[in-house]
Design a protein around this ligand. Structure first.
Ligand SMILES: Cc1cc2nc3c(=O)[nH]c(=O)nc-3n(C[C@H](O)[C@H](O)[C@H](O)COP(=O)(O)OP(=O)(O)OC[C@H]3O[C@@H](n4cnc5c(N)ncnc54)[C@H](O)[C@@H]3O)c2cc1C
Ligand SMILES: NC(=O)c1ccc[n+]([C@@H]2O[C@H](COP(=O)([O-])OP(=O)(O)OC[C@H]3O[C@@H](n4cnc5c(N)ncnc54)[C@H](O)[C@@H]3O)[C@@H](O)[C@H]2O)c1
Length: 505
């Protein structure tokens, strides 16, 4: 059996831990079955935002006559945009080449499988299976992929997911018509992109709301905004059947309240119906790694799993599935494993202040609790709402009071203490507008708060007993560096202390 100091499975956020280990001269195994760089680079955040930025520009130009700019209709140069999409996806090759050059790194291009708790083999993409490998530290950052529940006729009709859209089904030109199944971030972002490209988009949502993880008032507004773009949104639907007729895909849907049956049609179907854990090949059943509902791996505040020395970060632990959250966790783990001066200097994860942005049109972003969540937690809730139109800049941008598309910020406060519980924004640049609140809420003395307390090494139990407090000094560049900015946003440019932070060791 071959032994490493550390094995890292998956090359998304987990590469931050690999980088730290490489830097410390450790013997590292990196295992990746797909494209190096993970979902965000190769089929997620980055290629979608190259497209969304183009779609945003088209829509922004359409708003300009209202404030006195004469414009010609803007259209998307699909070929140029696609070239830029693939330029980013192809950076994956550079990531692979980068890790290939280290003497202390073995790259395994294949799928990792557990034989038992700390022992893996790799089914190499070339066909052979490796000898067993082990390490005292194993980091699982295997992510997730599109969850498609069975629908009669769907497989026969064929469909796209974000994986195949950024793979062998990448469209050479915009579709004439598209049925998007799912009204979460993926569905609403792609609906915006294709609608701006001239595609007739029908969005079918299972839930009664679009973006149901957002505050209810944000969902209500985004429904108005998205339908204003000419996207046909049908809420609260159960897909019953898919069939092909004269080359068109027909989706039969049933209203979950009234039972009404309707048919919608499109040249193609995009399944954007959520994600599931990418644990198929790992064979967790050969280990005592605990999973929770949906198959996600249970982790604690130190990213430990129920097996000592095995850590899990990013989408796979079922906490907020964002790349900045994966990076945040990986950074914590890299610090604790390789750079902390003592266990008292350890960092731990918290998930109550993860910023979230959906890059549809307009942008939607939040940090903290929705009004409903705050009420359910028993707070005496007070809310405040301010519209873009009520500010001078908002007026200058063309928002008038009462406009159907007027953006707003909604703040959720604990009336007893005046503490901010949540901030929600919908409108232009929402992705960066709430960043001050993310930083504010992350500063101050932060006591260790156990997560999934049943999981914990001896050291973790000891640290929990000691009651660690991390001092998040609001003046410190370290605090800025330890606070998340949503990815990919211009906040990442302005939070420049991150550069200092990354080189702090
Ligand atoms: C279309 C789309 C748009 C998105 N947009 C955004 C956005 O704008 N902002 C944002 O923050 N998030 C966005 N996300 C979510 C974001 O991509 C994920 O949260 C993030 O990539 C998760 O990172 P990760 O490190 O957990 O895993 P991943 O980046 O998914 O990496 C996991 C890697 O593990 C590999 N792997 C899996 N199993 C094995 C195995 N057994 N052996 C070896 N390798 C294995 C996979 O091939 C993959 O490369 C988007 C996602 C999608 C699909
Ligand atoms: N900007 C971002 O940060 C960003 C962008 C894209 C994705 N992501 C992350 O990736 C993950 C996956 O995104 P997502 O939008 O697929 O997931 P999601 O779970 O947030 O939304 C999926 C939606 O599809 C609906 N749905 C489920 N099955 C359906 C069906 N058969 N027909 C119609 N509707 C159906 C659900 O009601 C749900 O609202 C998310 O958790 C998200 O956080 C983030």
């Amino acid at each position: 059996m071959k032994t490493y100091d550390i094995i890292v499975v998956g090359t998304g956020g987990a590469t931050i831990v690999a980088d730290a280990a490489i830097n410390k001269g450790k013997k590292v195994a990196i295992i990746e079955k797909g494209k190096f760089g993970g979902t965000c680079l190769t089929r997620g955040c980055i290629p979608t935002k190259v497209m969304v930025t183009v779609a945003d520009a088209v829509r922004e130009i359409e708003e300009l006559p209202k404030i006195g700019v004469k414009v010609q209709p803007a259209t998307i140069d699909w070929n140029l945009m696609s070239k830029r999409v693939w330029q980013k996806i192809d950076e994956s090759k550079g990531v692979e080449a980068y890790y290939d050059k280290f003497d202390n790194v073995d790259l395994y291009r294949g799928a990792a499988t557990f034989v038992k708790d700390k022992v893996l083999t790799v089914a190499m993409n070339t066909g052979e299976v490796t000898e067993e490998i082990t390490a005292p530290i194993i980091v699982l950052g295997v992510g997730g992929h599109t969850k498609v529940n069975p629908i009669k006729g769907l497989d026969e009709a064929g469909y796209m997911s974000s994986e195949s859209l950024f793979g062998n089904k990448y469209p050479q030109k915009p579709f004439k018509s598209l049925v998007v199944m799912g009204g979460g971030p993926i569905g609403t972002e792609f609906a915006h992109v294709f609608a701006a490209a001239g595609t007739k988009v029908t969005l079918i949502q299972h839930n009664v709301r679009l973006l149901p993880k957002e505050d209810a008032e944000i969902s209500e507004q985004i429904y108005k905004d998205i339908t204003r773009l000419g996207i046909d949104v049908i809420l609260n639907q159960e897909p019953e059947e898919v069939r092909v007729e004269n080359g068109e895909k027909i989706v039969v849907i049933r209203d979950r309240k009234t039972g009404e049956i309707r048919e919608v049609r499109g040249e193609e179907i995009l399944m954007a119906s959520g994600i599931k854990p990418a644990t198929e090949e790992l064979k967790l059943e050969n280990t005592s790694i605990q999973t929770k509902r949906g198959g996600w791996i249970v982790t604690n505040e130190f990213l430990e799993t129920s097996v000592d020395g095995v850590y899990a970060l990013g989408d796979i632990n079922g906490e907020a599935p964002f790349r900045h959250k994966a990076n945040y966790e990986a950074d914590i783990l890299a610090h604790n494993l390789f750079y902390a001066t003592s266990p008292q200097d350890f960092r731990w994860a918290r998930y109550d202040l993860v910023p979230a942005v959906t890059f549809t049109y307009p942008q939607v972003g939040h940090v903290g609790l929705t009004e409903q969540e705050a009420l359910e937690k028993g707070y005496a809730v007070k809310t405040g709402k301010n519209f873009y139109s009520s500010t001078a800049k908002g007026f200058a941008m063309g928002f008038d009071p009462g406009d159907d598309n007027d953006g707003f910020v909604k703040i959720v406060v604990d009336e007893k203490t005046n503490h901010i519980l949540g901030v929600h924004v919908i409108g232009p640049q929402a992705s960066i507008l709430f960043q001050p609140f993310v930083n504010l809420l992350n500063s101050g003395d932060t006591p260790l708060a156990p997560i999934n307390e049943e999981i914990g090494s001896t050291l973790t139990k000891q640290l929990r007993q000691e009651g660690l407090v991390r001092k998040m000094d609001p003046h410190s560049v370290i605090t800025v560096g330890e606070t998340m900015s949503p990815h990919p946003t211009l906040s990442e440019v302005i939070m420049w202390t991150q550069v200092y932070y990354e080189h702090r060791w």
